[in-house]
Design a protein. Structure first.
Length: 182
């Protein structure tokens, strides 16, 4: 029987999405009220909204290819939100170059929007990171990050949507504009 290799799947979908220039699907407009009443779309709805790679990463806990993903080298100011729900997850102010080829952060923007669990998919314990409302697989948490937290939230670009600082108000994330005022 065919056994699915999650790394190979991530590589394949990552290359196909990159080559074809498949645009990221955008989640619903964010508001605190939206999250309080959030209902996750069905798999069929998600498959129609997300790229195949985004679906595999967020819903099947796949991992995208390092260094060949949308945000690993993004240095623009803004926030990263769940591609499924739109819930705010991370800020560019907490992003750092981990050398891993995936976007990495020292801490979540809204800790309540993150949940963790232990996975053993590679034969050893790792701390999986998921979004709290949509339960999207985001990536993993490691304890080898920079000070002051020592944390490295190693995320998949495919699970994220980047909202530039100058679009925060228009996209419903106005409460985060102050983070980027000089």
């Amino acid at each position: 029987m065919f056994k699915l290799n999650r790394y190979a799947l991530g590589v394949t979908f990552g290359l196909v999405a990159t080559v074809l220039g498949v645009p990221a699907a955008y989640a619903q407009r964010y508001s605190s009220a939206t999250m309080a009443n959030y209902t996750k779309p069905s798999d069929a709805q998600l498959k129609s909204r997300l790229t195949p790679e985004q679906f595999e990463v967020t819903q099947k806990a796949a991992t995208e290819t390092p260094f060949h993903n949308q945000y690993w080298d993004n240095h623009e100011a803004g926030i990263y939100v769940d591609v499924v729900s739109g819930e705010p997850l991370f800020s560019s102010a907490d992003k750092f170059n981990s050398g891993t080829g995936w976007p990495s952060f020292t801490k979540p923007l809204v800790p309540a929007n993150i949940k963790t669990d232990t996975d053993h998919l590679l034969g050893y314990a790792r701390t999986e990171v998921r979004s709290a409302h949509a339960n999207s697989h985001l990536g993993h948490l490691f304890d080898d990050g920079p000070k002051p937290t020592g944390n490295r939230y190693c995320m998949n670009s495919a699970s994220l949507r980047f909202v530039p600082a100058d679009s925060l108000q228009a996209d419903g994330y106005g409460e985060y504009v102050k983070l980027f005022k000089k």
